[in-house]
Design a protein around this ligand. Structure first.
Ligand code: PFF
Length: 449
């Protein structure tokens, strides 16, 4: 018998813990900034509705029905197919790659937490605060320490069984994160950049949107909901049969999207107020938010609170990725949980080192043209592996799995949600995979509009 979550709330908390993370607070604002703002946000919201939500439900169906890790789930449901087992592997590899650089960014959060505790931001000039980020990423020793501490925290949390404890913490920390983000968004509204920031984020100017931007929006809808990486399949394998998938999925999607939008509203007004460029890249929130903390009353305290919460959000997401990798070793290789988790953490840690040194020792190394290691890995995982994996999962749930299985899972064995199932079945067959494929083909120039 597999472990199960402690009821519906336990599952939702864990899944929200996985979904809400650096993707919402760090990545969403900076890619919105780099892709011109409002039009990108609109496409992202559409992608969440027509790809993210239905594929989240598909992963829940797969994981709960198979009751296995990600590779095992595909094998269990389609035993004869090497291809679909390969898709399980694609998911697993994406989890590995993402966790390797996720740890580096989470490490930046820890560094900023330390800076807040030491009061480094208070009363400091804008320019000085802005340059702290460059100082951090160009320091290889500091980068290595941050990565090591964060991966150590992940390992400790999982091994010592605090994971359950973490879920309980999530109950308090997630709502606190929402409140503090709302507060910061409220503060941002009072700054000089409010009008321009809101306009940038909410007014869709389609002339700024590229096909690459659309692909990025789709990829991010998967990243932010922890899809196509096995996380939701693995989590659903511990889910109780009694849960209805629709209410659980919509809550997760709503909360995740809400956090991202509020983070954007908290950040863009500040970007304009301090005269920065929205397209500043991965350092965007680290360069802007501390400017707020430096000037508002109680800023020192708020900074500490904010970075603690962000570190927790990162930790609960990273743990879910580690769980994907560990569950594979436990289910497929029959390893003990402790051993599986330790081995995987060490491997991911080693793989994370080049990303940690992306902007210092390996500053001149580019995997993709013009992109340092960390940016290249993020591009490969988010813009290629995730859309591809998501599309294949949609095809799997829509065409390969027996309709009786998907229907029984979504309608609670025929007891309700029939209409939801009908709409979902249409979208997962004809909308989600076609949308992703069309964007892919346009991006590589086969389709032209
Ligand atoms: N969804 C997380 C975020 O938005 O930060 C990142 C993530 C967690 C991706 C877990 C994948 C995953 F399996």
């Amino acid at each position: 018998m597999r472990n199960h979550w402690s009821g519906r709330l336990g599952f939702i908390l864990a899944a929200v813990g996985s979904a809400v993370g650096l993707g919402n607070i760090w990545k969403f604002p900076f890619i919105t900034g780099m892709n011109g703002g409002g039009a990108f946000v609109l496409v992202y919201l559409i992608a969440i509705a027509i790809c993210g939500l239905p594929i989240l439900m598909a992963e829940f169906v797969i994981g709960r029905h198979a009751q296995k890790d990600v590779v095992g789930s595909f094998r269990e449901l389609t035993p004869k197919s090497i291809f679909w087992k390969g898709v399980g592997w694609l998911n697993l590899s994406a989890a590995f790659i993402i966790l390797s650089y996720y740890g580096v960014v989470a490490g930046w959060t820890l560094d900023y937490l330390l800076k807040s505790v030491l009061g480094t931001f208070s009363g400091e000039e804008q320019k000085v605060i802005g340059s702290m980020f460059g100082g951090l990423v160009s320091d290889p020793v500091r980068q290595m320490i941050c990565l090591t501490v964060f991966m150590g925290l992940c390992l400790l949390s999982v091994i010592s069984g605090v994971q359950k404890g973490l879920e309980r913490w999530n109950r308090v920390l997630m709502p606190t994160l929402f409140v503090i983000l709302l507060f910061m968004a409220g503060y941002a509204m009072t700054t000089d950049g409010a009008k321009e920031g809101l306009k940038f984020m909410l007014y869709p100017d389609f002339s700024k949107l590229t096909v690459g931007g659309v692909l990025e929006a789709i990829g991010h809808s998967f990243f932010t909901l922890s899809l196509a990486m096995g996380a939701m399949i693995t989590y659903a394998s511990y889910m109780d049969k009694k849960e209805s998938l629709w209410p659980v999925s919509t809550r997760i999607v709503f909360l995740d999207t809400f956090v991202a939008i509020i983070a954007g509203i908290a950040i863009f007004p500040i970007v304009f107020a301090v005269g920065m460029k929205p397209g500043a890249g991965p350092g965007l929130i680290f360069k802007t938010l501390p400017q707020v903390f430096a000037t508002i009353p109680m800023g020192g305290f708020l900074a500490i609170l904010f970075f603690i919460l962000m570190a927790f959000a990162a930790l609960s997401s990273a743990i879910s990725l580690l769980e994907v990798l560990a569950a594979y070793m436990i289910d497929e290789k029959k390893m003990s949980r402790k051993k599986a988790t330790s081995i995987m953490t060490i491997l991911v840690y080693l793989a994370g080192i080049p990303s940690a040194l992306s902007y210092s020792t390996l500053g001149k190394v580019t995997l993709l043209p013009g992109k340092p290691v960390l940016d290249s890995l993020d591009y490969i995982a988010s813009n290629i592996m995730l859309p591809l994996g998501g599309m294949l999962i949609a095809i799997y749930a829509g065409y390969v799995l027996d309709r009786r299985i998907t229907e029984a899972e979504i309608t609670d064995e025929g007891r309700g949600y029939k209409f939801v199932f009908d709409v979902w079945y249409f979208v997962i067959r004809f909308v989600a995979p076609v949308a992703v494929l069309a964007v892919f083909l346009t991006k590589i120039g086969i389709l032209k509009f």
